[in-house]
Design a protein around this ligand. Structure first.
Ligand code: SAM
Length: 239
């Protein structure tokens, strides 16, 4: 643990050393490859997928909010073993979300800080992480353009698992939920990040969605450590 903390401390210092642009970019790619993961801990998502036998269901995976693709690549690596695709939706615009957490920090500030220490644009970092996975379909769009996004799905597109971590304002939480839910197979799971943490409006909106659809929900799993809620759709076909 101590070694791990020390390593992070050293990496943090190295990432702040001012360097010419091209060298800083190489440093960014090295950091991405060896040290950067994701903002959630996607291993926890995969654990629930395994426990709930999600890969036995028909349908692909979808992620809304990929950021630099550290989590996307983990999902892709898992999904490819079962011949499933991962649809990755992101606006790839660090200033798109000015929602503020309880500490008063905006999402835009968090994304901008990470990207400036990497010295890369969001899409450059994302593509570095994800381009080698042939099962990832990247949709670089605002998730609010739901009709446009749905047009890029095959007509009979179904999802077995969806993970939502996009824009944190309530209208987007609702929009993103339906983007997944309307294509989610019975027994499939839609999960949200930031449940029960420092974005109370996100939690409140998810609770309202659960209330509204409670008849179609088989079970709910909450991981309070990584602030993820998993909502499993019941076997009934009407939503
Ligand atoms: C918290 S980050 C995602 C982090 C990622 N899940 C991870 O753990 O690495 C949220 C992402 O949502 C994206 N985003 C914000 N507003 C969006 C919108 N309207 N449509 C699509 N993506 C959006 C941002 O660009 C950002 O990359």
């Amino acid at each position: 643990m101590l070694v791990f903390k020390l390593l992070h401390y050293i990496i943090d210092i190295i990432s702040k050393i001012p360097l010419p642009d091209s060298i800083a970019r190489v440093r960014g790619y090295i950091y991405l490859h060896f040290f950067y993961h994701d903002l959630v801990g996607y291993e926890n998502l995969i654990k629930v997928c395994e426990k709930e036998n999600i890969v036995k269901l028909p349908g692909d995976f979808i992620e809304i909010g990929s950021f630099v693709g550290g989590g996307t690549r983990k999902l892709a690596n898992y999904a490819i073993r079962f011949r499933k695709r991962v649809y990755a939706i992101d606006i790839f615009e660090p200033l798109a979300d000015f929602t503020t957490c309880e500490k008063g920090i905006s999402m835009a500030d968090i994304y901008t800080n990470i990207l400036s220490s990497l010295g890369l644009t969001m899409f450059e970092a994302y593509w570095f992480n994800v381009s080698k996975y042939p099962n990832v379909i990247t949709i670089p769009k605002n998730s609010a353009c739901a009709h446009e996004i749905q047009r890029s799905f095959p007509e009979d597109q179904q999802f077995a698992f969806g993970f939502i971590d996009g824009n944190h304002s309530p209208e987007y939480v609702v929009n993103d939920f339906y983007l997944v839910w309307n294509h989610l197979v019975p027994g499939g799971i839609v999960a949200f990040h930031d449940y029960g943490y420092d974005l109370p409006k996100v939690t409140e909106t998810i609770d309202k969605l659960i209330q509204k659809h409670r008849k179609d929900i088989e079970k709910i799993i909450i991981n309070p450590v990584v602030h993820v809620i998993f909502i499993k759709k019941s076997g009934c076909k009407i939503s």
